[in-house]
Design a protein around this ligand. Structure first.
Ligand SMILES: Cc1ncc(COP(=O)(O)O)c(C=O)c1O
Length: 377
């Protein structure tokens, strides 16, 4: 079945005797036991809920995993996953990451005894050079947030397999519609379901998808113990969002390609970072490992005044955090998503006062361009 069909039909519950096409919202915290020691397979909603289960089944199918687990946010999912590790463990992570993941690693995981090496994971040798006896995992985003670096997932998987490490891929930017890291050798896929999967900037959610039953069992144990589960209503919203994932992603990508090419021609735009541009260093790898380039673009303008004026003047494009929804959003990574990363580290990666990040939506592309053009004057 094609992935776009799966997005629409993957959440149907044929056992539901009412014939309802939309999965019911089982707004119940607990479930009656049919007898002593007996279970309907639902006992308590922190552990399992029928609505959430439908979401988990479809995401597991879309990512070709054995199990998917739905959390109350992307950060809740990553935080729970970090419980797989113990004090003394070392993790290699991309040196360009969503700022919240970096903050979690630096301020919570390190306090709990983990250590990290941040490397440009697009450079396979850099990963090899940072391996230690206590290295347990490699954590990557590809493309990265916000610099759009692309990492060769299969090449990293070869290293992680050889050294018995976990390969964890945050697949938020491309979604399973465009990229399936588990099929390229990753062990765990992470999603901020808040973004493209939900798609409407109306709910938070996160997912972990496991390649093996062994990993799934460990994650399920952490899940029921730590409890950051997704509510039935938010699960339903995400199921509904996934039904239109394919058409949204296709339209957003077409818009993004046009905008990236337009930005290249603008005199006040000095650099454009979009994996779909043939000049992007990760273009060939993207074509090899993904079915699309997505709709996230970062770009640098000539100076800070232009950047601030743009943010204050846009009207169709909205100046707001987050990404992946139907509305085009623009953010200032230096002050928002990446504000907690030390200035020196941030600037070394190019996240400075001239960098803006655009999450391209589904509006008419000429309206988006006209809005950007007017705001850049
Ligand atoms: C790539 C990436 N991963 C994870 C997260 C965290 O997700 P959430 O905001 O749902 O907690 C974000 C949030 O922006 C993100 O961009």
């Amino acid at each position: 079945m094609d992935i776009s069909t799966l997005c629409v039909h993957g959440s149907e519950d044929r056992t539901n005797s009412t014939g309802a096409i939309s999965v019911p919202i089982y707004q119940s915290a607990t479930f009656v036991h049919p007898g002593v020691g007996a279970s309907t397979s639902y006992d308590y909603s922190r552990v399992q809920n029928p609505t959430r289960e439908q979401l988990e089944k479809i995401v597991a199918k879309l990512e070709s995993g054995v199990d998917a687990i739905a959390f109350s946010s992307g950060m809740a999912a990553i935080t729970a996953m970090m419980e797989l590790f113990k004090p003394g463990d070392h993790i290699i992570a991309s040196d360009d990451l969503y700022g919240g993941s970096h903050r979690l690693f630096t301020h919570i995981s390190m306090k709990n005894g983990l250590s990290f090496s941040y490397v440009n994971t697009a450079d396979i040798t850099a990963i090899k050079n940072n391996l230690r006896d206590n290295t347990k995992a490699v954590f990557i985003e590809t493309p990265t947030n916000p610099m759009m670096d692309v990492t060769d997932i299969a090449a990293v998987a070869q290293i992680t397999r050889e050294h018995n490490l976990l390969l964890i891929v945050d697949n938020t930017f491309l979604t399973p519609y465009y990229q399936n890291p588990l099929l390229l050798g990753a062990d765990i896929v992470v999603h901020s379901g808040t973004k493209y999967l939900s798609g409407h900037n109306d709910t938070l959610g996160g997912l972990l998808v496991a390649r093996t039953n062994e990993i799934a069992e460990q994650l399920r144990f952490i899940y029921k113990t730590t409890g950051a589960c997704l509510s039935p209503f938010d699960s339903w919203l995400m199921i509904r969002g996934i039904k239109t994932l394919a058409i949204r992603m296709d339209k957003q990508q077409v818009n993004a390609m046009r905008i990236a090419n337009w930005l290249l021609t603008h005199p006040k735009v000095k650099a454009v970072y979009y994996a779909g541009l043939p000049t992007h260093p990760g273009y060939e790898i993207s074509k090899k490992q993904a079915r699309g380039f997505g709709a996230m673009i970062s770009f640098k303008v000539d100076n800070e005044i232009t950047a601030r004026r743009l943010l204050e003047n846009v009207q169709v494009v909205l100046y707001a955090e987050s990404l992946g929804g139907v509305e085009t959003l623009i953010t200032y990574p230096m002050l928002q998503t990446h504000a907690d990363i030390p200035q020196e580290e941030r600037e070394k990666k190019g996240i400075d006062e001239r960098l803006l990040r655009l999450s391209v939506g589904i509006e008419n592309v000429e309206d988006i361009i006209a809005d950007l053009d007017r705001s850049l004057k």
